[in-house]
Design a protein. Structure first.
Lengths: 295, 295
């Protein structure tokens, strides 16, 4: 539609001004601050070039948190999409209660993460926790004593909870994609004697490819900045074994009980996060760029 | 052609019959898997509600019983003593105002980006939507410095400003998808009848878009109600905390007080508003969620 320039500017202005001032400008500033040594909001930043990034390369905690973030991203992503795919197929196979199951599976997505960490924290508590009580009741005393929150297993324990939370979102997304596929595609395939697996392989997967691609981009963007669950999972001081990059950044910049206030260095960690997102999006676009099926 | 469609109909009828007869066997694994998953979710959440009505002794001694004498006093205790009541009101104000402003700035911008023809429209839309991909931990430090500069740290308007600005990309993404899907006939008719640009927007398109505006409002409401990371950074005064941040504080103090029942009461208070919204509006939410991504 043709409208006057004045009108265009008037309607775009409020959103643009806010977005520019409090989102885009801080993003650019972050790129600049990452080149500075800056030890507190009252202090003057000092330019040090790439030294923050050099230090990051040999920072053990940074790599631990990056490892956890990448594990959530890739291992968590594979499991989440695997389960979501299976559930989508099950939900679209003509069972009863499709909407009910979809709703319940999606439910954790609308609950405050801090509430869910409280729940899972209690479930995992050794001896007195909910899992322990269940295993005790079943006579599985060995499992009841299992230290879910111990240093070796805490990352895995966290992953299980995150998978439980996230799966529903991708089920809803994939299911909406499947529901859009015209049913006569399957009917004619059946007429031609295609098996269930062939239908899945040659109709469902290709026609879902763009939904899958969008789902993977959304998951990647979400996964790299996961903060709340690992931060609140282990009480007052987050356990360094379950740090994600976002948690480490927060600790560096705003600290816990003993503030560290390494603002330039923390911002450099944020820049690494941005680089990871850009890298993933580029790779995914490469991998998923196929012909788009119009139907 | 007619023959083929007849065959298709027959096949459809046949497969329907066959589906009916195979209902039990073929779907058993689906019911088992989806049922087990859903049961876990429902039981876990119901358990929290029951635990919130028990004494602390009961929570540990008899984890699977019903509360002998429902302890509504748990709710009274956290609502009054732990500032959960104050936070509840804070959250209503912060989240309510944020959602109103988000929609008020994003709807006009989205309308222009999806309906007006002007140079650079595609690029501008991309710039807006790119914000979804910027991991916002990157912005913590620049935003903190910026807000400190205008004396808005530790204030409710400051937090609202951050919430609004960071929600613009996602909201514009949803709403441009919605505005583009509207038919253009009414718009054209209004122009022919001599309506001004603003009248077309305000009197014709905005009412047509109201389902989309509602969907975007629900998403933002639930997202911000549950938000905790930004509140943690920008609010220090206990009297200004939103609810999710109060729950985090409660969870930490529980480490010393051991008051699990009270903590679970806090969890229920945080969770109930979003669950009510979800139960009433889940269909709209689920169809709205896939608005932009599944076309």
């Amino acid at each position: 539609m043709k409208v006057s320039n004045r009108f265009i500017i008037l309607l775009l202005l409020p959103a643009s001004a806010l977005y520019l001032t409090f989102f885009l400008v801080p993003t650019i500033q972050a790129l600049v601050y990452s080149l500075y040594d800056w030890s507190g909001f009252g202090e003057a930043p000092r330019f040090i070039g790439m030294r923050n990034f050099q230090e990051l390369m040999s920072d053990r905690l940074f790599w631990t948190s990056m490892g956890n973030t990448i594990a959530i991203l890739i291992i968590g992503g594979i499991v989440i999409f695997g389960i979501a795919f299976v559930m989508t197929m099950m939900l679209s196979s003509g069972i009863r209660g499709k909407k009910f199951f979809r709703g319940v599976i999606f439910l954790p997505n609308i609950i405050a993460v801090i509430a869910l960490t409280t729940l899972w924290g209690y479930m995992y508590t050794p001896r007195t926790g909910l899992f322990a009580a269940v295993f005790d009741a079943l006579g599985l005393t060995e499992l009841a004593r299992f230290p879910w929150m111990g240093p070796d297993t805490i990352a895995a324990a966290m992953m299980i909870a995150i998978i439980w939370i996230e799966v529903g979102f991708y089920v809803v997304l994939l299911l909406a994609g499947v529901d859009k596929i015209p049913p006569d595609f399957y009917e004619s395939a059946k007429l031609d004697g295609a098996t269930d697996f062939q239908q899945f392989r040659h109709i469902t997967v290709p026609l879902l490819s763009d939904v899958i691609a969008i789902g993977m981009v959304l998951w990647s963007i979400h996964a790299v900045k996961i903060f709340e669950f690992p931060f609140a999972f282990t009480g007052l001081e987050p356990n360094p074994n379950s740090y994600t990059v976002a948690v480490y950044l927060y600790i560096l910049g705003f600290g816990q009980r003993q503030p560290i206030y390494r603002l330039g260095y923390a911002t450099a960690v944020g820049v690494m996060l941005l680089l990871v997102v850009i890298l993933i999006v580029l790779v995914l676009r490469r991998v998923t760029r196929r012909e788009v099926y119009q139907y | 052609m007619a023959e083929r469609s007849l065959k298709l109909e027959q096949a459809a009828a046949q497969s329907k019959e066959r589906r009916k007869s195979r209902l039990q066997l073929k779907h058993v694994p689906s019911y088992l898997f989806l049922g087990a998953w859903s049961l876990f979710t429902i039981l876990a959440l119901s358990w929290v509600v029951l635990a919130s009505l028990k004494t602390n002794r009961e929570v540990f001694r008899e984890p699977f019983s019903f509360p002998a004498d429902p302890q509504f006093v748990n709710y009274e205790r956290v609502w009054l003593n732990s500032q959960v009541g104050q936070s509840f009101l804070n959250s209503l104000v912060i989240v309510g105002l944020s959602v109103i402003v988000i929609i008020a700035v994003s709807a006009p911008a989205s309308y222009i980006l999806s309906r007006a023809r002007f140079k650079g429209r595609g690029l501008l839309t991309m710039v807006f939507i790119a914000g979804i991909g910027i991991p916002y931990p990157l912005l913590f430090i620049p935003l903190f410095a910026l807000l400190a500069g205008i004396k808005l740290i530790n204030t409710i308007p400051g937090l609202i400003l951050v919430y609004v600005s960071l929600s613009v990309p996602f909201t514009v993404y949803i709403l441009t998808g919605f505005f583009s899907s509207l038919p253009s006939e009414l718009e054209d008719a209004a122009v022919i009848d001599g309506a001004t640009d603003f009248q077309v927007f305000r009197k014709v398109m905005l009412p047509l878009a109201s389902p989309g505006l509602l969907t975007a409002s629900i998403f933002n409401f639930i997202g911000l109600w549950n938000e905790f990371q930004l509140a943690l950074i920008f609010i220090q005064d206990p009297g200004l905390r939103p609810l999710s941040l109060s729950l985090y504080t409660l969870k930490n103090s529980m480490t010393y007080s051991g008051d699990w029942a009270g903590l679970f009461a806090g969890v229920v208070i945080v969770v109930v508003p979003t669950i009510i919204l979800f139960v009433i509006l889940s269909e709209r939410m689920i169809s709205g969620m896939t608005l932009g991504s599944v076309k």
